[in-house]
Design a protein around this ligand. Sequence first.
Ligand code: N01
Length: 539
Amino acid sequence: MGTDPVSEAQDIDYEVVIVGAGFAGLYALHEMRRLGFSAHVYEAGDGVGGTWYWNRYPGARCDVESMDYSYSFSEELQQDWTWSERYAAQPEILAYLNFVADRFDLRRDIQLETRVVAATFDDASNTWLVTTDGGESVRTRFCVMAAGCLSAARMPDFPGLSSFEGEWYRTSMWPRHPVEFRGKRVGIVGTGSSGVQAIPVVAQTADHLYVFQRTANYSVPARNRPVTAQEAVDWKLDYRDHRRLARTTPSAMLRFPNPRSATQVSPEERDAEFEARWEGGGPGFIAAFADLLDNREANELAADFVRRKISRIVEDPEVAKELMPTTHPLGTKRLCADTNYYQTYNRDNVTLVNVQKNPIVEILPKGLRTTETDYELDMIVYAIGFDAMTGALLRIDVTGAGGTKLADHWAAGARTYMGLGIAGFPNMLLVASVGSPAVLANMPTAIEQHIDWISDLLTSMRDKGRVRVEATSEAEEEWVQRVNREAAKTLYPTANSWYVGANIEGKPRVFLPFVGGFARYAKLCDNVAARDYAGFMFA
Ligand code: N01
């Protein structure tokens, strides 16, 4: 990098250290290299892929259509890769990310099986000292935190956990060895997106499956199917235009909300629209009407439609009733997309257990105890989610300017400026973090947008001889308030979801993602950049 000030510090090992080698880390590395920055990636797994490396549980599949859920940065890449299914399964997405790593020769700068455990900013040199679990320490000008928003897997904390004599797994840390359900009594705890995908698959071979459900969740059929050769050809013909159009939408994918209100159409029209979306498949159901996520009455109409579907699909009326969500509006916890989820409860070998009514008390050597019954189990699968959005960063001992700990800065609730920077933590750039719309949008596109923005920032700093960038406290405060204002216009904050940290005991209840939509957010980011990175200060 010659003598430009960004790389001038004598003892810098890399200009950019990137934490994580999932969708975000891989693209960040590609971009940093392309722009001529020396970059190094640390990845805890023994392979690349991030989310798609760890979440290899049976049934794991994306709920964004594969033609959308992929990188757009290389026309050749998107032309050359062929997706086999409308919603790609985990092995195919992992194969894609490995293909990307090979194609762009990324592996030589990725250090696998290495977890970053600490990052400490040095005010004198404006650099970070990054320390790994292997005891290695490197100095870098910038840290790009691409550690994931759903990557800090929750550990079950039931008493007696380690006394269990059978096999037990977490969906979020699924082992690489084959897991056999045949001939076994299996319990699955959790009915979020992961549980809803795993349950129908495990039920096919398990001797008996007990589903321990605390909160009934809304799920719509995915209607997965192969991508036909003709569809792929048609899509690829206009791939650039598809991508351009997708970036103008709130979700960053080709999903177009019906602009009408659910309350202002006739019951027949309403049901016809819901039915069409249900038959069409996938989480596009939430876009059936414009006001489903901000008008309680409209939302209740959609919720009622799904409950009616459940009552028709599930043969036992008692079980159907237990499966009907009533405690939160539809979509305020992530809407699940399934393949035969509700149908699975018609199988003789599946039992639904309501652990809202009778909570799990402890794990026994041979099973699980609720306040009502002991269940004998050979295997327990915990699909209990993540310390979302903040967990991955807080598991690193991050110390910013003047010795401030990130854990302290976030003690009353996580806060960022634009989801990209944190006041008091100079030269640390975030990807798909708190205050970003990424988790409510098409993740690869959001990631590309964030990293393109970061790339422009670093390039402009190099051009201007700047060595330190930091969000101002005022800009951060304004963004936090904006994130809250946007959320308050919606029904999202009414649910006890991971969007507000409610799934983690003691986590401050703060609305974490930006719900204002991808397209609006991207425009705001462009405006910030156009005003010489307004809200950031430089040295
Ligand atoms: O986790 P979750 P997830 N006793 O937190 C229950 C993405 N994703 O891994 O709701 C009993 O949603 C908990 O119950 P409750 C997607 O963004 C995407 O399923 O807290 N139950 C809940 O049912 C998703 O939102 C895809 O009452 C307990 C479940 O465990 C995010 O990842 C696929 C419990 C956790 O659900 C997380 O999904 C998979 C306890 N002590 C994931 N503790 C697709 O693209 C927790 N639970 C399709």
